[in-house]
Design a binder for this molecule. Structure first.
Ligand SMILES: CC(C)(COP(=O)(O)OP(=O)(O)OC[C@H]1O[C@@H](n2cnc3c(N)ncnc32)[C@H](O)[C@@H]1OP(=O)(O)O)[C@@H](O)C(=O)NCCC(=O)NCCS
Length: 192
C-alpha cells in the first residue's frame, strides 16, 4: 500500500521541459532508478562532491531514505531519450537534527511547514539552466503538493560556491547567518 501511494505521488508530480534541445523529465525518484541514481552520484566530480554530500551514495543508503517517506522526499531530473539521471535533490521534511542549535541561534523555531533542501546537477549539465528549472519545479511542488512554507539549505551553502549562492539569491533565498565548517558557509531561507 505504501508503495502504491508513492507510485501515485510519482505520477502527479511529474513535469517535462525542453533544454538545449533535449527533453528532461522532473519527478519523484522511483526506486527502480536506484542504480542510475547511485551511478550519477558516484560520477559527480570531486569539486561537486565537495559541495554536495548529504548522504552516502550507495544503493542501500538511497533505498533507506526512499523508504523513510515520512521524513525524506527524493526528486530527479532525467533525460527522456537515454533515461539518465542528470540532477538530483533530496528534501528533508522539517530540520535536520544536527542543525537545530545553529538554526535556533537565528531566533527561529522549527515549524511543521519547514523543509531542508540539497540540490545537485551533473557536472556536464551545470550552467545550462537545469538548476534553475529544477528548483522552480521543486518550489512549486513543495508549495502546492506538500503545503510547505519555508525552505532551508541542507548544511547551508559554502560561501565560495558562487553558482549555488547565485541560484538561491535568484529565487529570493535570504541569508540568515554565517558559520565555519571546513571554510565559511551561509545559512539561507526562502519563505514561500
Ligand atoms: C549549484 C547547482 C545546483 C546549480 O545548478 P546549475 O544547473 O549549474 O545552475 P543554472 O545553470 O540554472 O544557473 C543558476 C544561476 O547560477 C549562476 N551561475 C551559473 N553558472 C555560473 C558560473 N559559472 N559562475 C557563477 N554563477 C553562475 C547564475 O546566476 C545562474 O542564473 P542566471 O543564468 O539566470 O544568471 C549546480 O551547479 C551544482 O550541482 N553544483 C555542485 C553541487 C552543489 O553545489 N550543490 C549545492 C549545494 S548547497
Amino acid at each position: 500500500m505504501h508503495n502504491y501511494f508513492q507510485y501515485l505521488e510519482t505520477l502527479f508530480s511529474m513535469e517535462i521541459i525542453e533544454i538545449e534541445n533535449r527533453s528532461i523529465q522532473f519527478g519523484s525518484f522511483e526506486i527502480t532508478d536506484v542504480d542510475k541514481l547511485s551511478y550519477y552520484l558516484n560520477n559527480l566530480s570531486n569539486e561537486s562532491k565537495g559541495r554536495f554530500g548529504p548522504h552516502a551514495f550507495t544503493c542501500e543508503a538511497i533505498s533507506e531514505l526512499y523508504k523513510d517517506a515520512n521524513n525524506y522526499k527524493l526528486f530527479t531530473a532525467k533525460t527522456i531519450d537515454e533515461d539518465d539521471v542528470i540532477a538530483y535533490t533530496i528534501i528533508k521534511l522539517g530540520w535536520l537534527h544536527f542543525e537545530i542549535p545553529r538554526l535556533s541561534s537565528y531566533g527561529l523555531k522549527e515549524e511543521p511547514f519547514d523543509c531542508t533542501l540539497a540540490p545537485s546537477v551533473a557536472d556536464a549539465w551545470q550552467g545550462c539552466g537545469i538548476g534553475t528549472r529544477f528548483l522552480s519545479y521543486l518550489i512549486k511542488t513543495l508549495k502546492t503538493e506538500y503545503q510547505l512554507k519555508r525552505i532551508f539549505l541542507w548544511g547551508g551553502v559554502q560561501s565560495d560556491n558562487t553558482k549555488a549562492v547565485n541560484l538561491y539569491k535568484k529565487f529570493g533565498f535570504a541569508p540568515l547567518g554565517y558559520f565555519e565548517y571546513h571554510g565559511w558557509n551561509v545559512d539561507m531561507l526562502l519563505n514561500l
